[in-house]
Design a protein around this ligand. Structure first.
Ligand SMILES: Nc1ncnc2c1ncn2[C@@H]1O[C@H](COP(=O)(O)OP(=O)(O)OP(=O)(O)O)[C@@H](O)[C@H]1O
Ligand SMILES: [Mg+2]
Length: 241
């Protein structure tokens, strides 16, 4: 079974077509990436998957559920790392996790220590999120997304703005989750990130999926040494133009 299936998925904001009839499958236990420039529709697609944005047209199945009809059920079974760090800034690191556990009615105590260790934040549990570095905040967001032991985690730009070392720490964390059998869906602007951690990906541009496959397949299909080349080959532009 696929973890997520999108068919002719479509969403507008007023006149603007944010996601334009896209088709994709995310396989169980893989790391799937949505890669693309600003405004491509990556976040909108993620929000539809995790139930924050409604689907205008098309079909969307998440963990075997109809995401259009069972948004609450879907939400309870996945973990989300949003594009903006939406931590509770008045609470400590540990309290942020406790709060999330309460929200899900999850068993808190042992689990929280486990997650703090996983995110390498054990020493910082009494800090406020603002006292953490950007990389630590990102790891806290990931730890928080794991509280309900989700089978699927959706991460919107988990490494944007991080320095190379902090990015490596996040990649290690994500590798570990994948080894543990979790399905990952993430968005990124970084081609090298997609090449490094995604098993398969969809390159989006202006609401459409313009290329779809494993990094190796895409490089071969378009005869390019890397995904940057693939994107330029398809769109005639660089990813950052
Ligand atoms: N709440 C909203 N109201 C109106 N328009 C929106 C809204 N959210 C997104 N859009 C528009 O939809 C389009 C797709 O936006 P989206 O946030 O999905 O892009 P993205 O690929 O995540 O971009 P970025 O890389 O900058 O995060 C953009 O043109 C954006 O302006
Ligand atoms: Mg976005």
């Amino acid at each position: 079974m696929n973890a997520v299936e999108g068919r002719r998925l479509y969403k507008t904001y007023g006149e603007l077509v944010a996601v334009d009839h896209i088709d994709f499958d995310v396989r169980e236990r893989e790391c799937f990436g949505f890669l693309g420039p600003n405004g491509a529709g990556k976040t909108t697609t993620m929000k539809m998957i995790y139930g924050l944005a409604g689907v205008d047209e098309g079909e969307l199945r998440v963990l075997g559920l109809d995401a259009r009809k069972e948004r609450r059920k879907v939400k309870s079974r996945l973990g989300v790392v949003p594009q903006e760090a939406n931590l509770d800034w008045d609470l400590t690191v540990r309290e942020n996790l406790v709060q999330q556990a309460l929200y899900y009615g999850a068993q808190a105590d042992g689990r929280i220590d486990e997650l703090l260790a996983l995110a390498q934040l054990g020493q910082r549990s009494a800090s406020k999120p603002r006292e953490l570095s950007g990389g630590m905040q990102r790891r806290l967001l990931i730890a928080r997304a794991l509280i309900n032991q989700p089978e699927l985690i959706v991460l919107d730009e988990p490494t944007t703005g991080l320095d190379p070392q902090a990015r490596l720490a996040v990649w290690d964390l994500l590798d570990g989750l994948k080894d543990g059998g979790v399905t990952l869906i993430l968005t990124t602007h970084y081609m090298e990130e997609a090449e490094r951690i995604c098993d398969r990906l969809a390159i989006m541009d202006q609401g459409k999926i313009v290329a779809y496959g494993s990094p190796g397949e895409l490089r071969d299909r378009y005869g390019q040494p890397n995904l940057e080349g693939v994107f330029i080959e398809i769109t005639g532009r660089g990813l950052r133009e």
